[in-house]
Design a protein around this ligand. Structure first.
Ligand code: DX5
Ligand code: ZN
Length: 234
């Protein structure tokens, strides 16, 4: 059983809007977190990039560990790094609630996913746009969360890749109802309803929150759009 308490925490809150901290104002990180708490975002998404798996660098476990005591919000780490097995313990110790690794970086992730579950961390597996679902299928039963990248990983502010919708639909039919289905990249008011309709229930959002002056309005409107308009696409 994969940490039922963590999965249950979200069920009552679907659709979850999880701000991608890659796009926040790092000069005012504590204030940004306070504003997102006031906006009632249930989770924070931490994009970790190593300049190797993706052509960009961001931040690592040390930063997450220092931020951890500042808030009770769910910490969702997205590791866009090569050799995640080398570093995973650092992210567990940093206090992440969920840790998502990429199938392209860990082609046989069973042991890592099981280790996360044993460590009381929600195990997540991400898939990049060009990667076939066949590669993750054998490992879905070990996942508490599956993340569909709807842009090429590495940068915020890119346009949503339309073919991700079909991938989300197919994946929805492959996973259990208990598995969180996350979508990440190019999610905003124009794209969130379609992705919700395709089956996503957890939405990572960078630009569409941080480019707004009022995060509360952005988070509320995105959640409303995911909830209400999704029916019109089914
Ligand atoms: C991209 C990251 C995303 C990204 C989302 O590699 O995984 O989380 O920052 O940003 P937007 O919403 O701007 O596409
Ligand atoms: Zn991400």
């Amino acid at each position: 059983m994969i940490n039922p308490d963590l999965s249950d925490k979200f069920k009552s809150q679907f659709p979850v809007i999880s701000p991608s901290m890659l796009k926040c104002d790092f000069g005012n990180l504590h204030r940004e977190i306070e504003l997102l708490e006031m906006a009632e975002a249930p989770a924070l998404h931490w994009d970790v990039m190593d300049g190797n798996f993706v052509p960009n660098l961001s931040y690592g476990a040390l930063l997450i560990e220092r931020i951890r005591p500042l808030t009770q919000m769910f910490f969702d780490a997205h590791l866009m790094i090569s050799n995640p097995e080398k570093y995973i313990e650092d992210y567990i110790n940093a206090g992440c609630d969920s840790i998502t690794i990429h199938i392209e970086a860990a082609p046989n992730p069973k042991d890592l996913l099981e280790h996360l579950a044993q460590s009381r961390v929600l195990p997540g597996l991400a898939i990049s746009p060009e990667t076939s679902l066949n590669l993750i299928e054998p490992y879905l039963e070990y996942c508490g969360l599956v993340l569909v990248m709807s842009v090429e990983p590495g940068f915020g502010g890119q346009s949503f890749i339309k073919s991700s919708l079909q991938k989300i639909r197919q994946l929805k039919a492959m996973i259990s109802d208990d598995t969180i289905l996350s979508v990440d990249g190019g999610i905003g008011m124009e794209t969130i309803a379609e992705t919700a309709s395709a089956g996503a229930n957890y939405f990572v959002v960078g630009s569409a929150i941080f480019n707004q002056t009022d995060y509360s309005t952005a988070v509320r409107e995105l959640a409303q759009k995911a909830r209400s308009d999704s029916a019109s696409f089914t």
